[in-house]
Write a protein that binds this ligand. Structure first.
Ligand SMILES: Nc1nc2c(ncn2[C@@H]2O[C@H](COP(=O)(O)OP(=O)(O)OP(=O)(O)O)[C@@H](O)[C@H]2O)c(=O)[nH]1
Ligand SMILES: [Mg+2]
Length: 426
């Protein structure tokens, strides 16, 4: 099954963008959000025919925007042969259906658009399966006559009800079957990945993960540091699949450095779920390099959006180096506010190489504790602690005789607190 959302070549798709300016949000935010939506739409290869923002106290339950406004926009869309209307916020399945009745064209939301881009860009088998799963789960409750890829014979003008309904039922069943099948396939792919990871753990090099908002310069940084040759371009979500390279620090310490998928505001939760396995690299990391495009007017908001996703995948609170990138585009220097908030941030240009040496030094400093061995004494009955120790630490010696089990281990800094009560200081 090919991309579900793509009903034909996206390059020919004429889209119209709609945003809502809620009382609780300020006007600049919605403008930036819509600009980002436009960037996403362009990344997906569509042609933008126009955009509109409606000011509302709260979204309208049935149609998200006001019905009158919707009818007015529908008129414009008809005149301009728009074939897809994209809303900046996630719509409920009922809202999507109601809006489709008014507009009589396909209705998408930001989530569907992001899913579409991911599906165009997925390269590895795991990436493709993950994105297909997220798309199908998104699609299942929203299946309407406009999603006719599964039953092309009906065409997009097929009527709702009667025969159409039973066709929808059949489509739903097919989708559910496919979801189950992908889940099984993903299990297999993930087991292979586990094996690879286990192999790497034996090498026992600390793992640093590059995280950050999409287009912040993560891949450019990996390339600069390791010569990895990863695709870096001025597009959202250039990277989907993680790439890991060895980095040798000036101190001769080896680090594994992983470049991962970028985050974005309103990242669909289903997608975060689907990509959890890929994002394992981030969860397992001993250190995060949080790359920020500091020349972007929304840099502060982007930092928050990244932190939100990190919390969602349970990777918040890890040792993190804030990396303020693209300083070459910022002749005035970093804003005082951000500097104050992140006094330890390292300013670099991944493009020119400016600031890379201090960054390498900081990585070395942050990872140093992991090189030291500790002696632990853990009561035998604390089997959960002992199991956890083997999971996160590198145990080089263990003795189970006597009242307490004794271990000589290396523990990554982020896990140190858990074992502090058992450290033998003498
Ligand atoms: N001026 C300037 N441009 C940069 C710098 N670092 C990256 N870029 C540009 O920013 C764009 C995005 O860079 P990428 O490395 O692809 O960004 P990314 O964070 O990997 O993006 P995704 O994989 O799409 O999430 C590219 O056009 C880079 O050339 C920098 O330090 N200065
Ligand atoms: Mg990238």
């Amino acid at each position: 099954m090919k991309s579900l959302i793509q009903t034909r070549d996206t390059r020919s798709i004429r889209v119209f963008l709609v945003g809502v300016e809620l009382k609780s949000r300020n006007a600049a935010d919605i403008r930036e959000s819509l600009a980002e939506l436009a960037e996403l739409a362009e990344t997906a290869g569509t042609k933008i025919m126009g955009e509109a923002v409606q000011k509302l106290d709260t979204p309208v339950a049935a149609t998200y925007i006001g019905k009158g406004k919707a009818e007015e926009l529908a008129e414009y869309c008809k005149e301009n042969a728009v074939d897809t209307v994209i809303f900046d916020d996630e719509l409920s399945p009922a809202q999507t259906r109601n809006l489709e009745k008014i507009f009589e064209v396909k209705i998408m939301d930001r989530t569907a658009l992001i899913l579409e881009i991911f599906s165009q860009r997925a390269r590895t088998r795991e990436g493709k399966l993950q994105i297909e799963l997220a798309q199908l789960e998104y699609l299942l409750p929203r299946l309407t006559r406009f999603w006719t890829h599964l039953s092309r014979q009906r065409g997009s003008t097929g009527s709702i009800g009667g025969e159409g309904e039973s066709q929808l039922e059949a489509d739903r069943r097919k989708i559910q079957e496919r979801i189950d099948k992908i889940a099984d396939e993903l299990d297999v792919v993930r087991r292979q990945r586990e094996t690879q990871r286990a192999g790497r753990q034996r090498a026992n090099w600390p793992l640093a993960s590059i995280v950050g908002y999409t287009n912040a310069g993560k891949s450019t940084l990996l390339n600069k540091l390791t010569g990895a040759g990863v695709l870096a371009e001025d597009k959202l979500f250039a990277t989907l699949d993680p790439t890991t390279r060895r980095l040798r620090l000036p101190t001769n310490q080896n680090v594994l450095l992983t470049d991962t998928v970028g985050f974005i505001k309103k990242l669909p939760h289903g997608l975060v779920e689907a990509f959890k396995a890929t994002l394992e690299e981030v969860v397992q990391a001993d250190l995060l390099l949080h790359v920020v495009d500091i020349s972007h007017p929304q840099a502060a908001e982007q930092i928050d959006a990244v932190n939100t996703v990190l919390a969602e995948i349970a990777a918040a609170g890890k040792p993190t180096i804030m990396v303020f990138n693209k300083i070459d585009q910022l002749p005035g220097g970093v804003s005082g506010l951000l500097q104050e908030k992140f006094p330890h941030a390292v300013c670099i240009s991944a493009k020119t190489g400016d600031g890379v040496a201090p960054l390498l030094a900081e990585i070395g400093t942050q990872l140093r504790p992991i090189r030291e061995f500790l002696n632990l004494r853990i009561p035998h009955e604390k089997s959960a602690v002992i199991a956890r120790l083997h999971a996160v630490g590198q145990v080089v010696e263990s003795r189970y005789t006597g009242k307490n089990a004794r271990f000589k281990v290396r523990i990554p800094p982020h896990a140190l607190d858990e074992f502090r009560p058992f450290i033998v200081t003498a």
